[in-house]
Unconditional design. Structure first.
Lengths: 480, 228
């Protein structure tokens, strides 16, 4: 087993600043209503001298116009769950923890080409979502979390891939990285037990008696001597995400950056399910004014952020927004099976097919579906009726090879001479075979190889041979 | 000295003023031999912008290109008709040998959308030919953008403009003026990669170029006026 832990320090602040850094001072408050304290402060607030743990009243004295946001544990949990859903594209085993997630990656290392490409892909993806995360890799989930936490604190720990290295990697780490009870940690500090190696050197029975059995259990799970079963997070079969903008956004261009973040998240979630969405709902919230809703419809399920963004850009460009936007949300109610575009053997053909599909989507998105169409002929003599608009499909009709003028009502069995068909002399096959194999679905199955055959008199016939009985030839048409 | 000049003329994009340009852009035959002889590379250029100037509709200003259009649609590429003055008439297009199922008609609401649609169609690489009518558009920068898009998408880009645009400079590599003389189509080439064409050429009749192959004696208009 190999676990990757993602630790998101100052998570409430990250959620608040996900759509872009807030230029003015911003703090997250927690604690009692009477005396709220600063849980985390953004860069501008820290510059003003605000520290974590300060009373909010004191912080307000330091920075005028300080924005205070109440800490919301539900939103944090939701953010971690959406991150776990996003991580479903890397592994099915994504577990939500406090302040982070852990992923089991042993089984998917091969797919991503080893742990280094995988972790860098995860780190890149997390950044694209607008989060900062510290990564830890270890053979046990707890060790991975501790390493990620140490990383978040600025301690350098090398990735640990082999259970045999676990002890040497962990032994110098301080004990305050663990989620242990405050009392136990304080007593350990009083005894001069500060690092992992100190506590591992002690007899376990004594630790269990003095500090409680959960610490022994945690050490066992850390070192991999105790089982540490985890329940993977099962995301709901739809996508919903909302992003509050750091400042009110005028116009549409400012929305593209946060929208890209939402689309990156959507792509991860959809990829984890092998799905895409045929309809996406984008909602712009304008504070007190009515929301603006926009539907993005595609011909087939889509999930690529660049493409969806280019469509959304065209649609957004046509909008007249009544008021500045304060938040955007993206919703997909149905996740449908996504058909990845298969690579073509010949270069160029694939790009062309994608280009065509994309071109049609793009034109229809901006101009409207009724302004982009194909044309077809109808069977009528009246000029205004012998053509029609058709929704553009770009599919050619069934190509037909050479066809005879006369078709026999019933195919006629031909005489054969040592397997070769005869009709007023030996028939020589001029063109073919053209295989027609159809109708297996309605009980009138046809499985034949058709040929154009000529006899010594220069007469051309349309003949076929049955698949089931390759020696029997039939005449089916005459090239009159 | 002579050797140096000879070497220079081998470079792509360099040619003597008196000669037609050596092919750098692939071309497709238009089906009119007289016209092909006068076009650099022996055919209508692909991957670059070209202009057809004409006054009035109905002189065969689209029809004389039908041979080239049929070939441009080969390899499963689209033909986009953007902002055409009328609706392309399906039977005529089929008669001209152009595969109907590859024709994409785009009727934008305004000129800005039309230019955007033309750029998108050219850039996508999915189109073999993009025909667009921009009316009185005089924006050089936009034409330049379309020229770049045509290069990127390696498509045949034909811009139809009124003859008065002939006095304006153009980023297009080929500019053709067509007019009707006694029922025949007269073609002048004021701009090409080479010396301008001195004497106009006449294309026998303005009938669809490869209509003969479709065994249809009756002529059908290429466009119908929109009823709705």
């Amino acid at each position: 087993m190999l676990w990757v832990a993602l630790e998101l320090p100052a998570l409430p602040l990250q959620i608040a600043e996900r759509a872009g850094a807030c230029p003015e001072a911003l703090v997250i408050a927690e604690g009692t209503k009477q005396r709220p304290a600063v849980a985390c402060a953004n860069a501008a607030a820290k510059r003003a001298g605000i520290r974590e743990g300060q009373a909010v009243a004191a912080a307000k004295a330091l920075a005028g116009g300080l924005r205070v946001i109440e800490r919301n544990p539900d939103a944090e949990r939701e953010a971690l769950e959406s991150l776990a859903a996003w991580a479903g594209q890397f592994t099915p085993m994504a577990v939500v923890e406090s302040q982070g997630i852990v992923l089991e990656v042993q089984a998917c290392l091969r797919l991503f080409g080893g742990h280094a490409p995988l972790t860098s892909a995860i780190a890149r993806g997390v950044r694209a979502l607008g989060f900062h995360a510290a990564l830890g890799i270890a053979p046990t989930p707890l060790a991975a979390r501790v390493i990620a936490r140490a990383e978040a604190q600025g301690l350098q720990v090398r990735a640990c891939l082999d259970p045999a290295d676990l002890r040497s990697r962990l032994e110098d780490l301080p004990l305050f990285l663990f989620d242990w009870p405050e009392r136990a940690l304080a007593r350990l500090t009083d005894l001069g037990i500060l690092r992992v190696k100190d506590i591992l050197a002690l007899p376990m029975e004594g630790i269990a008696r003095r500090f409680g059995p959960e610490i022994v259990l945690a050490l066992g799970r850390l070192m991999g001597t105790h089982a540490d079963p985890r329940q993977p997070y099962a995301p709901p079969p739809r996508f919903r995400s909302r992003l509050e903008l750091p400042a009110e956004a005028e116009g549409v261009e400012a929305l593209l950056f946060p929208l890209r973040r939402l689309l990156a998240e959507f792509e991860g979630v959809a990829r984890g399910r092998g799905a895409g969405a045929q309809r996406l709902l984008l909602t712009l919230e304008h504070g007190r004014k009515a929301r603006t809703r926009m539907e993005l419809d595609f011909a087939s399920p889509e999930r690529e952020p660049d493409f969806i963004l280019s469509i959304a850009r065209e649609k957004l460009g046509r909008l007249q927004l009544a008021a500045p936007t304060v938040a955007i949300s993206l919703r997909a109610d149905a996740l449908l099976a996504y058909v990845p575009r298969t690579a073509a053997w010949l270069p160029g053909a694939q790009e062309q097919a994608i280009g065509r599909e994309r071109l049609l989507e793009r034109l229809a998105a901006r101009l409207g579906r009724d302004r982009v169409f194909g044309i077809a002929i109808a069977n009528d003599h009246r000029p205004e009726r012998n053509w029609g608009r058709t929704p553009f499909k770009g599919e050619p009709p069934i190509p037909l090879a050479e066809r005879p003028i006369w078709l026999l009502q019933r195919p006629q069995k031909l005489v054969t001479d040592s397997g070769e068909p005869m009709l007023q002399g030996a028939l020589s096959l001029r063109a073919g075979p053209e295989r027609i194999e159809a109708g297996w679905w309605d009980g009138l199955e046809v499985a034949r190889d058709y040929y154009v055959a000529t006899n010594p008199n220069g007469e051309s016939y349309w003949v076929y041979r049955e698949h089931r009985d390759p020696d029997s030839w039939y005449l089916h048409g005459v090239f009159a | 000295m002579k050797a140096t000049i000879a070497a220079l003329t081998q470079l792509p994009g360099v040619w003597r003023g008196g000669e037609l340009e050596h092919v750098i852009h692939p071309t497709i035959p238009t089906g009119h031999r007289v016209l092909d002889r006068e076009l650099p590379g022996g055919g209508w250029p692909m991957g670059t912008l070209s202009e057809v100037l004409h006054d009035g509709v109905g002189i065969g200003e689209v029809g004389f290109l039908s041979g080239a259009l049929a070939r441009a649609a080969e390899g499963d590429r689209l033909l986009a008709w953007i902002n055409a003055p009328h609706l392309p008439y399906a039977p005529a297009i089929a008669q001209a040998g152009i595969p109907l199922e590859r024709c994409l008609v785009v009727r934008p609401a305004n000129r800005e959308d039309a230019m955007w649609a033309a750029e998108q169609a050219l850039k996508s690489g999915a189109c073999g030919a993009v025909l667009f009518w921009l009316g009185q558009m005089k924006d050089y920068a936009w034409l330049r953008r379309l020229q770049m898009a045509a290069e990127a998408g390696r498509a045949m880009a034909v811009c139809f403009r009124p003859t008065e645009a002939g006095s304006l400079s153009t980023p297009a590599h080929l500019r053709v003026v067509v007019s009707s003389e006694d029922g025949a189509l007269e073609v002048r080439i004021p701009k090409r990669r080479g010396p301008p064409l001195a004497t106009p050429i006449r294309l026998g009749s303005a009938a669809p170029a490869i209509a003969a192959s479709t065994r249809t004696p009756v002529r059908v208009p290429l466009h119908v006026v929109a009823v709705s």
